[in-house]
Write a protein that binds this ligand. Structure first.
Ligand SMILES: [Zn+2]
Length: 166
């Protein structure tokens, strides 16, 4: 069926702002990890989900066949077929440019872009070992959670890229 196909013109092939339904929390978290804007409110009704998507100009990622059939949802949803998050990312990557260049640039909890945090300002906000071994830190302007690349950043990015290709 044609419902769910996003026909807008994505900027530079990047995905539009997204919103995941209650069944796609893992995918939402991965998308945020990769730096993509993906709202996730698992406890709202379908009506509220649709309203928020429309208000905020988001495309809904959903596994709900009833939702995609609703008139109000027409052209605003992408139906995700797979159960597995790696396959779900691959499904999306056929539609949009999905890559790891924005890795850890967005708060996983608040879904908003992180801000740079100077090393000195990070001193009392992270464990001493982390402070001693990391040079770059960022902070969420809303929840103040501090992020750093960590030693496995490069490996994770490789894993994600392999997942998208494989
Ligand atoms: Zn946050």
């Amino acid at each position: 069926m044609g419902a769910g196909r996003y026909r807008g013109a994505p900027v530079n092939g990047a995905p539009p702002r997204l919103m995941a339904d209650a069944m796609l929390g893992k995918l939402a978290r991965w998308l945020r990890t990769l730096g993509y804007d993906c709202a996730f409110e698992p406890s709202i009704t379908d009506d509220e989900l649709l309203k928020r998507a429309i208000d905020e100009g988001r495309v809904i990622l959903t596994r709900d066949t009833l939702l995609i059939q609703r008139r109000a949802a027409r052209g605003k949803t992408i139906f995700i077929e797979s159960d597995l998050v790696s396959d779900q990312l691959k499904e999306l990557s056929k539609r949009f440019e999905i890559n790891a260049t924005g890795f850890l640039t967005r708060c996983l909890r608040c879904n908003i872009p992180l801000e740079d945090l100077g090393k000195d300002s990070a001193r009392d906000k992270v464990p001493p070992y982390v402070f001693a071994t990391q040079e770059r830190f960022s902070i969420c302007p809303r929840c103040s959670r501090v992020y750093w690349g960590g030693t496995h950043k490069a490996r994770m990015i490789e894993e994600i890229e392999r997942m998208l290709k494989g």
